[in-house]
Ligand binder design. Structure first.
Ligand SMILES: [Fe+2]
Ligand SMILES: [Fe+2]
Length: 188
């Protein structure tokens, strides 16, 4: 199985959000990883596979989606690629550690890049709209989800390029909340 086939499956399985999110994560890795030495091929696989455990085909109730993505990647997908055993292990570990609620330290440049790219996609206009798109149809609940993600992520970005990208995104979000408050006329 090659990367193109995995992209195609991500399109098919990832409902409306999975593929575009993974493609943005891949692009963000390119931006924040500039000048760093890492396994680009392994990380491209990890970027597309990292949320498969959240897709209906693979999600399991009570199992954390990052762990589930890692299980699926390790058992069903990565062994069918041409990646070396070491690259497969690197990708699987990055997938397992990507979630912003996971307080474990990163274990490689690859796991650091995947998580910080994933976190950046929760900031800014895109981050806010993703929180609203995930529902429910209840504005304060969606806004609070976006705020909760921001609060958890803000102090944890370490890569200078990730921090530089986060700054204007956080400023745009702050403006969005102000304007939302103003337009809600006290009834959000
Ligand atoms: Fe995730
Ligand atoms: Fe993600």
């Amino acid at each position: 199985m090659d990367l193109e086939q995995i992209k195609q499956l991500t399109r098919e399985l990832g409902q409306g959000w999975g593929y575009a999110h993974a493609a943005r994560v891949e692009a963000l890795i390119g931006l924040i990883g500039e000048g760093l030495d890492y396994d680009r091929e392994a990380l491209a696989y990890a970027a597309y596979l990292h949320d498969w455990g959240a897709y209906p085909r693979y999600a399991q109730p009570g199992v954390d989606h990052a762990l589930r993505s890692c299980q699926v990647a390790e058992s069903e997908i990565l062994p069918a690629t041409g990646l070396s055993a070491a690259a497969q292990a690197l990708a699987a570990e990055a997938i397992a550690l990507h979630d912003y609620r996971d307080q474990r330290p990163h274990t490689s440049v690859e796991s650091l890049l995947l998580r910080e790219a994933d976190w950046l996609d929760m900031l800014g206009v895109i981050g806010a709209l993703r929180a609203f798109a995930s529902g429910p149809n209840d504005l304060p609940t969606c806004r609070d989800l976006a705020l909760k993600r921001c609060a958890a992520i803000q102090g944890r970005l370490t890569l200078p390029r990730a921090r530089a990208l986060a700054e204007p995104r956080l400023a745009r979000m702050a403006r969005l909340w102000e304007e939302l408050e103003e337009e809600s006329l006290g009834a959000l």
